[in-house]
Structures are given as structure tokens and as C-alpha cells.
Design a protein around this ligand. Structure first.
Ligand code: COA
Length: 187
């Protein structure tokens, strides 16, 4: 069943209800880092980071990261940051949703929660990288682009042999920008 957003949005926290299950979306705290680390390990094909990396994301990058929680358990995660050399652009590093919460729009809602935050008020576009074979990720970001009325472009960017010493599939840079462009083109 599709979750419905309850009208409970208070700064750092928004609540989403899917049938009897209540999902809370919020900015992370450093204490979430170890659960985020475990969630990412459970969400192949995501690259596994060190637990220390996830604790730092939950601390220094908390404003641009999202935790989705159900019954006190972290079931969703988005890590992102505003690109230092391009403050109009939000770069999404990883999106993870636990098996038990998939197919309910959680990932899409976390992205929307993120771009609606005050810290993203000057953001006009989103970038992320996706490997060619990650169908779920392409579907998620295509759906997000539609919802933002923005065009989606992609190009091979971090290349297997040039950047990863042949040990990682090529990452395609996906650019969804500018938000609202399609709507204004149609107006
Ligand atoms: C990708 C992932 C985050 C999607 O989470 P989710 O909460 O199930 O996604 P949503 O329910 O918000 O779906 C968003 C859109 O993607 C589509 N989608 C989701 N999973 C899909 C799949 N496996 N295959 C095809 N389409 C899929 C949905 O139909 C929806 O499209 P729509 O709005 O046009 O109907 C989740 O499957 C996951 O954690 N995968 C493993 C980690 C990963 O690959 N992360 C992405 C790379 S950073």
C-alpha cells in the first residue's frame, strides 16, 4: 500500500504512515551511524563504507542526510552533500532502503524530504552516479526527475579503468536539473 504523508512536519522530523506502519524521516545523529553502516551492508550492490565514515556522515553531513525509521529501526538512508564548488547542486552519495520497507515510496520520499529542507533552498539540481546495471536506482532517479519536472542527463564519469583500477564498474553521472524546467517550458 502506498504511504500517505500525515500532516506532521516539524523542522527536523516528518512522519509517513503506510497502513499500520509508521515511518519517521529525520536528520541523523552520530548515534545512528552504526545502524546506517549495517543497513548499507544489507543493501547490495552498495559499496560498503567504514563504520567511522557513516558516523562522520551522520555528524558533519547530518543536514543533508536522511534517516527513515520504523519501530526504532533504521530502514532507510540517504547520504548527500552540497557540492563545495557548486552550491546549487546537491550530490546524492548513497540511497538504501531495507528489504522490509521497499516498494512503498520510501526512497522517493526521502529525496523529497531532503530537497525540501532549508539547507537546500538554493539548490536547483541534483547529481548522483549510477552503474549501468542498477535498475532500481535508474527507476528511482527517473521517478524523482519526473516529480521535480526536471530533465535527466547521464554520462560515463568515473570510469572502470581510469578511476577504479579495473575493480569497480563505471559510474554514470546523472544530472537532474534545473528543477521545474519542464513545467516552465510547457507554460
Ligand atoms: C533503490 C532503492 C533505494 C529503492 O527504494 P524503494 O523505497 O523501494 O524505492 P521507491 O519505492 O521509492 O521507488 C521509487 C521508484 O523506483 C521504482 N523502483 C524501485 N525499485 C525498483 C526495482 N527493483 N526495479 C524497478 N523499479 C524500481 C519504483 O517503481 C518507483 O517508480 P515510480 O514512482 O515510477 O512507481 C532500494 O531498492 C535499495 O536500497 N536498493 C539497494 C541499494 C541501491 O541500489 N541503492 C541505489 C543506489 S545509491
Amino acid at each position: 500500500m502506498r504511504p500517505q504523508i500525515l500532516r506532521h512536519i516539524s523542522g527536523r522530523t516528518s512522519t509517513v504512515q503506510a497502513s499500520n506502519d509508521v515511518l519517521t524521516m529525520r536528520t541523523p545523529t552520530p548515534e545512528d551511524g552504526h545502524q546506517v553502516w549495517q543497513l548499507i551492508r544489507d543493501c547490495e550492490p552498495l559499496d560498503r563504507n567504514s563504520m567511522y565514515c557513516n558516523v562522520l556522515q551522520c555528524d558533519h553531513f547530518a543536514e543533508t542526510c536522511v534517516v527513515a525509521e520504523k519501530d526504532g529501526e533504521v530502514v532507510g538512508w540517504v547520504s548527500a552533500y552540497i557540492v563545495p564548488s557548486d552550491p546549487d547542486t546537491l550530490f546524492v552519495w548513497q540511497v538504501a532502503v531495507s528489504d522490509k520497507a521497499r516498494g512503498m515510496g520510501v526512497a522517493k520520499k526521502m529525496l523529497h524530504e531532503l530537497v525540501s529542507r532549508d539547507c537546500c533552498k538554493d539548490v536547483t539540481g541534483l547529481k548522483t552516479t549510477i552503474t549501468k546495471d542498477n535498475e532500481a536506482s535508474w527507476a528511482l532517479f527517473n521517478a524523482f526527475a519526473d516529480r521535480m519536472d526536471a530533465p535527466l542527463d547521464s554520462d560515463a564519469h568515473y570510469v572502470r579503468d581510469d578511476h577504479f583500477d579495473g575493480r569497480h564498474a563505471t559510474e554514470h553521472m546523472v544530472t537532474i536539473a534545473p528543477f521545474g524546467a519542464r513545467k516552465s517550458a510547457a507554460a
